[in-house]
Design a protein around this ligand. Structure first.
Ligand code: GDP
Ligand code: MG
Length: 439
C-alpha cells in the first residue's frame, strides 16, 4: 500500500498549481491503492468522495502550496478513517476492571492477553491477573500458564472440566480478594464464527459485565478480519479491536476498514511474537506511515522506553537536524540495539523504503562489535568529518581495530547512507505549508 501511494504522492507533492484534473487523477490512484490493499469497497468510495469534496474545494485551490494541501487532506481523512484520536483503555471505578479477549482461533488472543498484562503492569503500574477460560483447545491453559510464568504474573485456572462462565466468575472473586485491578479473560476461539461460541461468550459477558471486550484479529487476513469484526460486534458489542501480526507482510487494509465498518476503535497493534510487542494504535501515525512520512513518533517512543529521557530527546534532535556524527553513532549503537532489530528501527524512518541501498543499511547484529572497534580506532577529527578518511587512514583504522579495510569501507558507506536518509527526513519535515503549521 505504502509504495503505491508514495509514487502517487511524489507526483503531486511539489506542484505549485493543482488543477481539478490533477486531484482527480491522484484520487484515482489512491482509490486503486486502497482497493489493492484490500480496503472495503464502500469505505474506499466514501473516503474518495470526502477527499474530493475537500480537495477540489476552496481550501486547497487557494492555498500557496496546493500539492501539499491535497496530501494533508488525504492524511487527515486517512486518520479520521482509522478513528481520529487514539483511544484509551478503560479503568473501572470499582476494580477489578474486566477485559474479555475474544476472537477466532489463532488470531492471537492468548499471546495478546499476556502482552496486554505486561503492558498494563509496565506502563500503567497495574496488577493484572490472567484467566484461562479456553477449555477446548488442547494445551490452551498450559500456554497461558507458561506466559504467566514468563511474566511472573498469576494465572487463574480451574482446569478444563469447569465451564468458562464459572471460571470467569470465580476468577473475579479471587481477583477482588487478592486486589488485582485488572482481570484479563482469555476465551476460546473457533475456526469460524459459530453460534455455540457466541452463546458461550455472551454468557461470560452477561455474568462478568466486562469493561472492555477486545476482539483480537489477525491483520494478515485482510478483508476477512473486517467481516469477523462485524459479526463479533453485532453479537457481543465490542469496545475495541487489537490488530495482531502487523509485523508480518500485511497490506494494512484491515486497519483502514475496521473502524469505519464496525465503528469500533483499534486500540492496540501486535508487532511480533514477543511479550513486549504490543503497541497503542495511533491513527495519525498509521496514516503518516501509510503515506511514507515515516513513523518518527513511534521510533522516539521506542527510544524513550529503552533509553533515558534526556538521551532520547538528544537522539530526536540529532535525527531531526541530521547532525549525527560517528561518535553519536557509536554512543547510540548500544542503546539502539535495545530497541529491537536495527533494520526494523531503520524502516521506521521517514522515506526509508524509498531509499536506494536501504538493504545495505541493515546492520548484521553480530558485526556490531566490529563496528564499535572501528569507530573507536578513529581520531576525533575522523569521527567528526568522516569524509577525510582516505585510503591510508582506512588501512590504519582497519589495523587498529583488528578488522579489514572492507569492513571499514562498509561502515563508512552505511553511515553515509544513513545520513542521507536523515537528511531526506528533515527535508520532509520542513516541506509543510509556508509559515506556521495550521491544524
Ligand atoms: P489464539 O488462538 O487466538 O489464542 O492465538 P495465540 O495467542 O495462540 O497465537 C497464535 C499464533 O500467533 C502464535 O504462534 C503467536 O505467537 C502468533 N502471534 C500472536 N500475535 C502476534 C503478532 O503480533 N505478531 C506475530 N508475528 N505473531 C503473533
Ligand atoms: Mg488461545
Amino acid at each position: 500500500l505504502a509504495d503505491r501511494l508514495q509514487n502517487t504522492i511524489q507526483k503531486i507533492r511539489g506542484k505549485g498549481k493543482v488543477t481539478e484534473d490533477d486531484v482527480k487523477a491522484m484520487m484515482r490512484d489512491v482509490r486503486l491503492a486502497l482497493l489493492e490493499a484490500d480496503v472495503n469497497f464502500k469505505v474506499v468510495k466514501d473516503f474518495v468522495k470526502r477527499v474530493n469534496e475537500r480537495a477540489i474545494g476552496q481550501e486547497v485551490m487557494k492555498s500557496l502550496t496546493p500539492g501539499q494541501q491535497v496530501i494533508k487532506v488525504v492524511k487527515e481523512e486517512l486518520t479520521e478513517l482509522m478513528g481520529g484520536e487514539q483511544s484509551k483503555i478503560a479503568v473501572s471505578s470499582r476494580p477489578p476492571t474486566v477485559i474479555m479477549m475474544v476472537g477466532l482461533q489463532g488470531a492471537g488472543k492468548t499471546t495478546t492477553s499476556g502482552k496486554l498484562a505486561n503492558l498494563l503492569r509496565k506502563k500503567y503500574n497495574r496488577k493484572p491477573m490472567l484467566v484461562a477460560a479456553d477449555i477446548y483447545r488442547p494445551a490452551a491453559i498450559k500456554q497461558l500458564e507458561t506466559l504467566g510464568k514468563q511474566l511472573g504474573m498469576p494465572v487463574f485456572s480451574l482446569g478444563d472440566q469447569v465451564s468458562p462462565v464459572e471460571i470467569a466468575k470465580q476468577a473475579i472473586a479471587k481477583a477482588k480478594e487478592e486486589h488485582h485491578d485488572y482481570v484479563l479473560i482469555d476465551t476460546a476461539g473457533r475456526l469460524h464464527v459459530d453460534e455455540n461460541l457466541m452463546t458461550e461468550l455472551s454468557d461470560i459477558k452477561d455474568l462478568t459485565k466486562p469493561d472492555e471486550i477486545f476482539l483480537v484479529v489477525d491483520a494478515m487476513t485482510g478483508q476477512d478480519a473486517v467481516n469477523v469484526a462485524q459479526s463479533f460486534n453485532e453479537q457481543l458489542g465490542l469496545t475495541g479491536v487489537v490488530l495482531t501480526k502487523l509485523d508480518g507482510d500485511t497490506r494494512g487494509g484491515a486497519a483502514l476498514s475496521i473502524r469505519s465498518v464496525t465503528n469500533t476503535p483499534i486500540k492496540f497493534v501486535g508487532m511480533g511474537e514477543k511479550l513486549d510487542a504490543l503497541e497503542a494504535f495511533h491513527p495519525e501515525r498509521m496514516a503518516s506511515r501509510i503515506l511514507g512520512m515515516g513513523d518518527v513518533l513511534t521510533l522516539i517512543e521506542k527510544a524513550q522506553a529503552n533509553v533515558d529521557e534526556e538521551k532520547a530527546k538528544e537522539l530526536e534532535k540529532k535525527i531531526r537536524s541530521a547532525s549525527f556524527t560517528l561518535d553519536d553513532f557509536l554512543e547510540q549503537l548500544g542503546q539502539v540495539r535495545n530497541m529491537g532489530p536495527l533494520d526494523e528501527i531503520l524502516k521506521m524512518l521517514p522515506g526509508a523504503n524509498k531509499i536506494k541501498g536501504m538493504d545495505n543499511i541493515s546492520i548484521d547484529e553480530k558485526q556490531i562489535g566490529h563496528v564499535e572497534a572501528i569507530i573507536r580506532s578513529m581520531t576525533k577529527t575522523e569521527k567528526e568529518q568522516p569524509e577525510i578518511i582516505n585510503a591510508s587512514r582506512r588501512k590504519r583504522i582497519a589495523k587498529g581495530s583488528g578488522t579489514s579495510i572492507q569492513e571499514v569501507n562498509r561502515l563508512l558507506k552505511q553511515f553515509e547512507d544513513m545520513k542521507k536518509m536523515m537528511k531526506q527526513m528533515t527535508n520532509m519535515g520542513s516541506r509543510g505549508p509556508k509559515g506556521k503549521k495550521k491544524g
